[in-house]
Ligand binder design. Structure first.
Ligand code: AMP
Length: 199
């Protein structure tokens, strides 16, 4: 694995444990000589991740839309900074540059990013691993909700399980090794849907 994309909060969160996790992730990526791909900001957990990876001798590539560069939130000292015209172009480039995707604690931006790339995985548009770094149970409620999405028949269990989880940076990176996506269609067979319509 040469590069991993990390989605994470542009805010630091209310507890030092999140900053600590971002620092550990940066160091872990650098130690393993894995290039960090991320949103290119110097703010919150994003900035902490980039700093720690760079300080530990790692390569960090930021991908940021021009609209955010104009708001003065881009990191000034990255190995590379790609500036895109739109958020869509940005996400597509992050996807292309990365061998896997990890969401650390974050807000709506982080969820949007991991769910989009997880959707693409479920549809078989790519075969790269996706995971949640579940620091101190941060994502437990989301995982419970995904369990009920399975129970209600909107998501298959095998697809839910494509979203790997671990509680430490080393754990989530290790879980990506040898990842094989399931070869199961997202959709209920058309024949079964027809039967239900007739009932
Ligand atoms: P959030 O989780 O809402 O804080 O959003 C963080 C995610 O959205 C990051 O992974 C970024 O890719 C993107 N994002 C949000 N705010 C910024 C920002 N100020 N600069 C660059 N990217 C951002």
């Amino acid at each position: 694995m040469k590069s991993l994309c990390i989605f994470l909060g542009a805010n630091p969160g209310n507890d030092e444990k999140y900053a600590e996790a971002a620092r550990n992730m940066g160091r872990e990526l650098a130690k393993r000589k894995i290039t960090t791909i991320y949103g290119g900001s110097d703010m919150g957990l994003m900035g902490i991740l980039a700093e720690s990876a760079l300080e530990a001798g790692g390569k960090v590539i930021g991908v940021i839309p021009d609209s955010l560069v104009k708001k003065n939130v881009s990191h000034p000292n990255l190995t590379e900074l790609h500036v895109t015209e739109s958020m869509h172009e940005r996400k597509a480039l992050m996807a292309e540059l990365s061998d896997g995707f990890i969401a650390m604690p974050g807000g709506i931006g982080t969820m949007d990013e991991i769910f989009e790339i997880f959707t693409w995985a479920q549809l078989g548009f790519h075969n790269k691993p996706c995971g949640l770094l579940n620091i101190d149970g941060y994502y437990d409620k989301l995982l419970d909700f995904l369990g009920s999405v399975v129970e209600e028949g909107f998501l298959k269990g095998v697809h839910k399980d494509m979203l790997l989880t671990a509680s430490s940076p080393a754990g989530i990176i290790d879980s990506f090794a040898g990842y094989e996506p399931p070869v199961v269609s997202k959709w209920v067979e058309k024949a079964k849907v027809e039967i239900r319509k007739q009932q």
